[in-house]
Structure formats: C-alpha cells, structure tokens
Design a protein around this ligand. Structure first.
Ligand code: FMN
Length: 440
C-alpha cells in the first residue's frame, strides 16, 4: 500500500547569494562575489533541485536597507532576473519571488510573472507583499500609505493580476499553420478592471502555463495580512520562534482560508529556519564564533542586546566565560520577546554569552547550530507538532550550506519518511499540492 503520510515541504531562500548571516562572506570557504554571479545562483538552484527541494524563494525590498560597509545585501540584485537565469538552467524546482503589491502596476507584474511561468513550464510563484519600508516608498517618489490603504490596494492588485492572467482564455492559442489562424480573438478579452486603487484594461496576450498561472504566497502577520492570505495564498512565509506560536499562527491562517470558502489545506505555511551544519556541534559553534569576531563593535551591540533580553547588564563582564550561578539566578525572560526563554536556557547550560550568541539566539528565525542530525531532529519536531507545513530554509552561508543540507539533511528526512524522494509532478502547484487555477 502507498505510504500516505504527510510530508514536509522545503523552499530554499537565496537571500543575496551568500546566506542569512551577512558576514559569512568573509569565511575562508566563501566566494566573495556571488552577489553579481548568476552562475552561482544557478549552481545553488541545481543543487537544491538534486535534493528535491520544492522551490527557491527570493525575498525582496526595492531599496538599500542595510549598511554594506561590512555586510552583504539583504536581497539579490533583482529577483526577476535571478529567477529568469535559474529558470533556463533547471527543470523541476519552483521559483517563488517577492514582488510588491504597492510599488508595481498590475500590467507589468502580470506580464513578467506569466511570461516567466510560461518559459519555466509552470514553476513560478508570486510572494505578494504590501511593503512597509519607507526607503522603498522614497524610491518611488512617495510616502508609505496606511495599512488599510496598502491592503486595499493589495486585494485589488492580486485580483487585477489574476484577471489579466485569465484574459487570454485556455483555448485561444490556436497556432494552426494550415488554417492560417494564430489565435482565437473571441477568447482573448479585455479585463476592464476598475477598482478604487487599480485600473487596468487588458487583455494580456500570453497563454496559460502548464499550471495555469503562478500560485500566490504571502508574508506579514497583521490581521490584514492574514485576511489576504486566507483569500489568495497557497503559501505563507512565517517567522514564529516557538512551536506554540507557530501552531497558533498556522491555525489562524487555516481558519482564514475556510472563512474565504477555501480548504484549510490550500495554505502551506513555510516557517523560516536558519542553520549552520558541521560534523559536530562544537565545530559548528566555532564557525559562528569566527563570524562574530569579524566585527567587534557589532559583537558588543549584540552582547548588550542579549543581556537586556534576559534582564542582565553584561557591561564589565568577561563575555567569553560562563555566567556565575548568582547572576543566572537574577536573570529573567522577556515576555515580549519569544526568543528569550531559549537564550536563557542556553546561558543556563553553561555557555558563555559569546557562545550563546553563536547559537543564533537573537537571529530573525529559529537557528540550529550543529550536525545534520540535529537539523533533521528540529525540522521533524516542528513538523510533527503541527506547527508548520514546511520550512523556508536559510543557510548561514549558501556556498557550503546548501550542499550540506541537500547531501546530509535531506537523506535523513527521506529515511524517516518526512520528505519526498522525488517531485510529485512538474509544476509548482503540483509540488505544493494546490489546485490548478486560471483567472481570478
Ligand atoms: C517572514 C516574513 C518575510 C517577509 N519578507 C518580505 C520581503 O521580502 N519583502 C517585503 O517587502 N516585505 C516582506 N515582509 C513584510 C510584510 O510584507 C509586511 O509588510 C510586514 O510584515 C508588515 O506587516 P503588515 O504589512 O502586515 O502590517 C515579510 C514579512 C514576514 C513576516
């Protein structure tokens, strides 16, 4: 009998090419110029495809949002160009890109994504985000609008883009030489979308891809974000820090899908997860310690942040020594920071403040620093607890992290029956197990 056990889905975040830690580019193994090297993106994508990862995920903010003096960028040069480069050099892996609903017009976005979906034979997904960075607004000569306006536009934007996608009907692409008919114009009709924020006429002259059109992803946990996801999303990129928080968020998203007349299983939650893999935990910690030492000033900031997180002042202590028991007794967790219980736990295990930071306790996603088995155990625990449908994985450094995940973690997950051994089909929708869709 076929094993019908539910399996986790995994997407790989490319970040800017280097990885989720912005100083790992200085590690001896790292290649310095991958930001501008599309061959490297292609190599990583092909490796991820070998590991049967469901998709590559490109976050994006159209603005410079971090200081590049010492750190690598937060995002690729341009997600559309990176996805296009990768599309031509891969066959199975999905390609999910982040594109703003606020700072795009529906016609150009619908056109770019559908053309890419067609040339990749149905492997594209759109992470539709409202964008809340003032620097982006400034790049478009404007200021950030209210949440209500941003989300009002987001609903219309997705409707209009999907409407444009469907404006070339499925049977319209005749291309019959004998009959001399290229297309059936009675099946290519204007959309005439007239919303409060969006107006577009159409049609968009592009036929459907093998999956019809790209599925929608969403990121942003506000009530408005949850409504948007419930209405449209097949995938949600989430950033919970504990299993309890994750399970609650996933349930809210599932309820939102049902409230919008969809099935709860139509939404796949991808929890952000970061890792450093080595042959032993000590080796993995040493690598992260080395990265922390690249920037003493930032290390000092991080130490003071960690101290505040557990209610202690680290000024004047030796941060390379474990804290004395008398100090640990005074420490307390911060109810407003879900990462603080884990941080305190690591300090109480006897790790010094610097080693505690090396565990990734103040990173923007949960982190495992250890062996491939440690990583697999973590993913299994969260998945089996119903906390998530899958993971959006972020290696500290892509250069060796992607290979370590594909060659060491994936086989353990497959052995445990938690991860597929091959793609279920050829399109991203098939990989995600979400229905075919064409038009609104
Ligand atoms: C895990 C996660 C990833 C996100 N990635 C992006 C991104 O790549 N680009 C972007 O503009 N916004 C991104 N966002 C921001 C959201 O789109 C949203 O603007 C932000 O969370 C503010 O919440 P709200 O707009 O729902 O109020 C992300 C949010 C989350 C939670």
């Amino acid at each position: 009998m076929r094993n019908m056990k539910k399996q986790m889905k995994i997407v790989l975040q490319m970040v800017s090419g280097y990885g989720g830690e912005f100083k790992t580019w200085r590690l001896p193994k790292a290649k310095e110029d991958v930001y501008t090297d599309m061959d490297f993106y292609v190599e990583m994508a092909q490796l991820a495809e070998k590991g049967k990862l469901h998709a590559l995920f490109m976050a994006d903010t159209p603005a410079l949002v971090n200081d590049l003096t010492h750190d690598t960028p937060m995002h690729s040069m341009d997600p559309l160009i990176a996805m296009t480069s990768v599309a031509r050099a891969t066959k199975h892996i999905g390609l999910v890109g982040t594109f703003s609903t606020t700072f795009n017009e529906p016609y150009n976005l619908a056109r770019h994504l559908k053309a890419l979906d067609v040339i990749s034979h149905g492997r594209v997904g759109w992470n539709a985000v409202t964008t809340s960075t003032p620097a982006t607004a400034a790049n478009f000569g404007t200021q950030l609008k209210s949440t209500q306006e941003r989300y009002g536009r987001a609903h219309e934007m997705i409707e209009a883009v999907q409407g444009l996608w469907g404006s070339w009907e499925k049977g319209a692409y005749i291309h019959d030489k004998q009959a001399g008919q290229f297309a059936d114009m009675s099946q290519i009709k204007p959309l005439n979308y007239q919303g409060d924020y969006i107006q577009t006429k159409g049609p968009l002259p592009i036929p459907p891809s093998e999956q019809g059109q790209p599925p929608i992803f969403q990121a942003g946990p506000s009530p408005e974000g949850i409504r948007l996801a419930g209405r449209f999303a097949s995938g949600v990129y989430a950033n919970p820090f504990t299993i309890e928080e994750a399970r609650e968020y996933r349930n809210i998203l599932r309820e939102s899908a049902i409230a919008h007349g969809r099935s709860a299983d139509d939404i796949n939650v991808f929890t952000g997860f970061m890792f450093t893999i080595a042959d032993s935990k000590e080796e993995a910690l040493a690598r992260r310690r080395a990265v922390l030492e690249f920037d003493k000033e930032e290390l000092a900031h991080r130490l003071s942040y960690l101290g505040a997180m557990v209610g202690l002042n680290f000024q004047g202590i030796d941060p390379y020594q474990p804290l004395p028991d008398s100090w640990l007794k005074l420490a307390r967790t911060n109810p407003h920071d879900p990462r603080s219980p884990h941080a305190l736990e690591v300090l109480k295990e006897g790790y010094s403040p610097v080693d505690t930071l090396a565990h990734g306790v103040i990173n923007y996603h949960p982190v495992v620093v250890g062996t491939a088995k440690d990583v697999a155990d973590f993913l299994q625990e969260w998945f089996e607890a119903g906390a998530t449908d899958g993971f959006s994985i972020v290696p500290d450094l892509a250069h060796d992290g992607v290979r370590a995940f594909v060659e060491q973690v994936v086989p353990i997950l497959q052995e445990r029956g938690l991860f597929h051994k091959d793609y279920e089909g050829s399109t991203l929708r098939e990989h995600l197990g979400v229905p075919y869709q064409y038009g609104i």
